[in-house]
Write a protein that binds this ligand. Structure first.
Ligand code: GUN
Length: 300
């Protein structure tokens, strides 16, 4: 049986449409334009692409985009001073500091200097604690996007066995918390997990977030399971010509699609949902900052 393809690109477009609708209402009814500040330190090419894309999509949904590009030698004191200014700027509802930061900057210190209410990445220790205790928080964008797609496909996730492969602070751990919040039975697997094929084989939902190209073969997947592939790995593609590359996930799509009930492709699955959820978090932050009702369906 061929799996249903969960189209993250199309789903992300519907999320952006919802966000744009809320932004238009906030402007018309409350004279509020949500604003997102993105801070990029240095010239990492991949980060520059992401930041450009974030700025473009922010403007497309009607929000204000504030880009702060600092050179790679920026001191920690100067970066913290900028964050302090943004924390106190009422036109800024969301702040994102693009990671990774240059080595001389302490990432934890920088992230924890962002006001938790403006931390649209959901990385601040307060938001991590709030999520872990089931309280209202800002939720990391990629796991939020995965949760939205799972809820849309399944309705209720209650009682399902979910296996999250990967224990990163950005994806694995918050993903596990969100699935637990939706009453899944959750296992977090990682590089030291014994008998990973057996663990994955018990899952109704598999979330692969390890960053290793095609490491999960289809034969591990239970028939009919839902597979969410968070990996975005660039590999050589000599079949396309010399020096050519292509993107693959952490799951071997061809074999997994033959066993799964539903699967996200790479590219076009989880990837587009991350920025869509960043926009959703920014509109949520703007509503909360002004004591207004939060948009439905855009938060966990
Ligand atoms: N770098 C790669 N992904 C992310 C993300 O989701 N947030 C931030 N701030 N930096 C990133």
């Amino acid at each position: 049986m061929a799996a249903n393809i969960i189209d993250g690109k199309a789903f992300a477009a519907t999320v952006r449409e919802k966000v744009a609708g809320h932004v238009a209402r906030l402007k018309a009814d409350n004279d509020i334009t949500p604003g997102l500040a993105v801070v990029l330190v240095g010239e990492d090419p991949a980060s520059q692409v992401y930041v450009r894309s974030k700025g473009k999509q922010t403007v497309e949904v009607g929000m204000n985009s504030f880009e702060h590009k600092l050179d790679s030698g920026t001191s920690e004191a100067d970066l913290l001073a900028l964050i302090d200014t943004l924390n106190n700027d009422p036109a800024v509802h969301g702040i994102l500091v693009q990671l990774p930061l240059p080595k001389h900057l302490n990432e934890d210190l920088v992230i924890n200097s962002i006001a938790p209410s403006k931390d649209v990445d959901g990385f601040h220790i307060s938001n991590v604690g709030l999520l872990g205790t089931g309280q209202k928080s800002m939720v990391p964008c990629t796991p939020l996007g995965c949760l939205m797609m799972l809820r849309d496909y399944h309705g209720s996730l209650s009682g399902m066995n979910a296996v999250v492969i990967g224990r990163s602070n950005i994806v694995g751990k918050p993903m596990a918390q969100l699935l637990l919040g939706d009453s899944c039975t959750v296992t977090i697997a990682h590089s030291r997990t014994k008998d990973l094929p057996e663990v994955v084989g018990r899952a109704d939902i598999v979330i692969a977030a390890v960053g290793r190209p095609e490491m999960v073969p289809g034969e591990w997947i239970k028939e009919g399971a839902t597979v969410i592939d968070v990996g975005i790995n660039r590999i050589d593609a000599p079949e396309k010509g010399e020096g050519k590359t292509r993107l693959v996930g952490d799951v071997d799509f061809a074999s997994a699609a033959g066993r799964a009930g539903a699967i996200t492709p790479v590219p076009g699955g989880v990837g587009p949902m991350t920025i869509a959820c960043l926009l959703a978090n920014t509109v949520t932050a703007a509503c909360r900052a002004n004591g207004l009702e939060e948009p439905e369906g855009l938060t966990a």
